[in-house]
Design a protein around this ligand. Structure first.
Ligand SMILES: Cc1ncc(C[n+]2csc(CCOP(=O)(O)OP(=O)(O)O)c2C)c(N)n1
Length: 277
């Protein structure tokens, strides 16, 4: 992958952040910080790494994506819209009654969403099931599961981590968005989950530790994960909550607070975009 292709993906990530900020401003409800921190990984997956067909969401040969930290649904929605799963205008219906874009991913409503998530801790178990099923079918499809670091406080995550190691699920790649903040403050203070890398290694995983906003590093890690045999891979991605809008960055307060009328133009300007409101 040359530098022009990486620049192109970085531009896609910027566009997704712009769409995200506009979407959350319109809905006035939803999760800003943890969506922005995950955008670079989501971009790499949907626009470079995953095999998928927006015009045929249930295509058998697709790779599967599980948004374990389901509250970051807007990050997935802007990627799905940009990829062509549904019209971009639908984003303006986020969290509206009757809309297919619920506050957390709904596989019954939204094309491209594999499973319902939002209750933290359950996603990796579902990803395990998908990976086992694909292996039984002799499929070459891969499963990608995106978790939050606060989510690692859920005990079920570690049962799933143990099972994935036990069953040697090398078609599974977990990505942990380590933005160091959860809903009510610092993960380290609420209940420390570090050292995350050592924990996954102890459960038999291949472990990579990267800067989750470095597109080249994300792509290299995902490429390495696809070559690992006999073990699942976890990419521990160090990120910034609210990434891209400096006055949202590293602030737990912006976990579930959306951009106000005053903040919208400033946020868009930070993202290199004019505001025409
Ligand atoms: C089982 C469960 N408990 C509580 C919540 C409420 N909740 C939503 S987001 C969140 C914090 C999650 O922190 P983290 O995984 O670090 O997410 P991020 O910072 O990446 O947004 C909590 C506790 C939930 N969705 N599910």
């Amino acid at each position: 992958m040359d530098s022009a292709q990486i620049k192109q993906l970085e531009e896609t990530a910027r566009k997704l952040r712009v769409a995200l900020v506009k979407t959350l401003h319109t809905s006035q409800s939803g999760h800003t910080g943890g969506s922005l921190s995950a955008i670079d990984m989501v971009t790499a997956l949907y626009f470079q790494v995953m095999q998928h067909r927006p015009s045929e969401p249930k295509w058998e040969g697709r790779d599967r994506f599980v948004l374990c930290k389901g509250h970051a649904a807007p990050a997935q929605y802007v990627a799905l819209a940009e990829a062509g799963y549904f019209p971009r205008e639908d984003l303006m219906m986020l969290r509206r009654l009757g809309s297919h874009l619920q506050g957390h991913p709904d596989s019954k409503g939204t094309p491209g969403v594999e499973v319902c998530t939002g209750s933290l801790g359950q996603g990796l178990s579902m990803a395990n099931g998908m990976a086992l099923g694909l292996r039984l079918d002799g499929s070459t499809s891969r499963v990608y599961a995106l978790l939050g670091d606060g989510e690692l406080q859920e005990g079920q995550v570690w049962e799933a981590a143990m099972a994935a190691g036990h069953y040697r699920l090398d078609n599974l790649c977990a990505l942990v968005d380590v933005n160091r903040l959860q809903i009510d403050g610092e993960v380290a203070k609420v209940m420390n989950v570090e050292p995350v890398t050592d924990k996954f290694r102890a459960f038999g995983w291949h472990v990579l530790d990267i800067d989750g906003h470095d597109m080249a590093a994300i792509l290299a890690a995902l490429a390495e994960a696809a070559t690992v045999k006999g073990r699942p891979t976890v990419i521990v991605a160090r990120t910034v909550k609210g990434k891209g809008v400096p006055f949202f960055e590293n602030k737990a307060a912006y976990h579930g607070v959306t951009p106000s009328d005053e903040e919208l133009p400033k946020a868009l300007e930070c993202l290199g975009e004019q505001c025409y409101l």
